[in-house]
Design a protein around this ligand. Structure first.
Ligand SMILES: *Cc1c(COP(=O)(O)O)cnc(C)c1O
Length: 375
């Protein structure tokens, strides 16, 4: 039996809630289940305002519009990230400025950011890699000093914290993902979190094709009209129904994932002690939401060898981001960066299978196979 890298987990109520939504007669956006999901997030994490979106990518695109990203603006992002962190701002004509990862963690190194700030800088977009917080106090201090926006790409960061504050509550805006590879899923799906009140009204408009339809539905105005740019960023209530079933089980899902994560950590500690691999580092200001278990090999050749060896044993482990500063698209723009730490994680980071239904024996096999490769 093959051990996959990921396997979507169903809590049991997904189909029941979808059926309820269908039978309710309203399955477009902002129906009952969307409202329940919004309430859940605002209650549990104290987010000022949340809006479900069709993806994290869409939530990031909304964030780029909300801060009025314009041609010539510079946006600081890590190079070691998913393309959506970049595309959202490039679509609005911004120039990307890449920060390197820190030496011990894929997250952007906060001590390198100040040197990247110019008069054109508009925002710092942080990515909480593997759900582990960036050093937000340092980043927010810089943002305050230079009057910059902070946007959190919190795609992987559900139910994770920075010094007791939930990730997603720290930037002016934050974006989450419910893609099937994340901890809490709805197939495709996402959410925009709005922590700065001044964005709330416009966010509703942008999400509803540039109209004030949300106000109209609340009875605050008697006609709705085209008032701004926008697109269709809101999901069907069927997606929210699926998501709500997941949210009701967030505790169970998180506990199980953390247990699997801890087993990997414990099982691989001896190997890490020999210096052949490095295990994830969780800084003391951050929590671990067990989104991902990865190890870092010493060389690119070792990573390739390990992935092939695991594959021959029917275990699907995978590498991760190809840093954006070396992407064909970015190189076409003529940019050039030297980011050794991002390069290192591109070359050497290996993600191991981690999902709700991962059995102890399968996990044992993954660990044993890694030891076999190294001996
Ligand atoms: C998954 C992910 C995204 C994209 O999420 P979608 O919901 O698929 O759009 C963006 N950024 C990061 C860091 C991610 O891990």
């Amino acid at each position: 039996m093959k051990i996959p890298f990921n396997k979507p987990f169903l809590t049991g109520n997904e189909l029941k809630y979808i059926q309820e939504a269908v039978l309710s007669g309203k399955i477009s956006g902002d129906g009952n289940f969307t409202k329940k999901c919004h309430q859940f997030f605002e209650d549990k994490y104290g987010f000022k305002k949340v809006l479900l979106t069709t993806s994290c990518t869409d939530a990031l695109e909304m964030a780029a519009i909300l801060i009025d990203t314009k041609p010539g603006d510079e946006i600081i992002i890590p190079s070691y990230t998913f393309v959506s962190t970049a595309n959202a701002f490039v679509l609005r004509g911004a120039n990307l400025v890449f920060a390197d990862s820190s030496a011990i963690h894929p997250n952007m190194d906060p001590d390198t950011i100040e040197a990247l700030i110019t008069k054109q800088t508009k925002a710092i977009v942080v990515v909480h890699y593997a759900g582990v917080a960036c050093d937000m106090d340092k980043i927010k201090r810089l943002a305050d000093k230079y009057s910059l926006y902070v946007i959190e790409d919190a795609a992987q960061a559900i139910d994770s914290y920075y010094r007791e504050r939930p990730l997603g509550s720290l930037g002016h805006l934050a974006a989450f993902s419910f893609h099937e590879t994340k901890n809490i899923i709805s197939g495709e799906g996402g959410m925009l979190v709005i922590n700065d009140e001044k964005f709330i009204e416009r966010a509703e408009i942008i999400r509803e094709k540039g109209t004030n339809r949300s106000k109209f539905f609340r009875g605050e105005i008697d006609k709705y009209n085209w008032v701004d740019i926008g697109s269709s960023f809101l999901p069907s209530d069927l997606i929210a129904a699926f998501l709500y079933a997941q949210l009701e089980n967030i505790q169970v899902i998180q506990e199980r994932r953390k247990k699997s994560w801890a087993s990997y950590y414990q099982g691989l500690t001896e190997l890490a002690g020999t210096g052949r691999v490095k295990l994830p580092v969780i800084p003391d200001y951050a929590t671990n939401n067990a989104h991902m278990f990865y190890l870092v090999t010493n060389t690119a050749a070792e990573m390739k060898g390990l992935l092939e060896y695991l594959k021959r044993e029917d275990i699907l482990a995978v590498f991760h981001y190809l840093s954006l500063h070396k992407s064909p698209f970015y190189l076409k723009t003529g940019g050039h960066y030297d980011l050794p730490h991002a390069d290192h994680f591109t070359d050497c980071l290996v993600r191991l299978p981690l999902y709700f239904d991962l059995t102890e024996s399968d996990q044992r096999k993954v660990i044993d196979t890694i030891y076999k490769f190294y001996t």
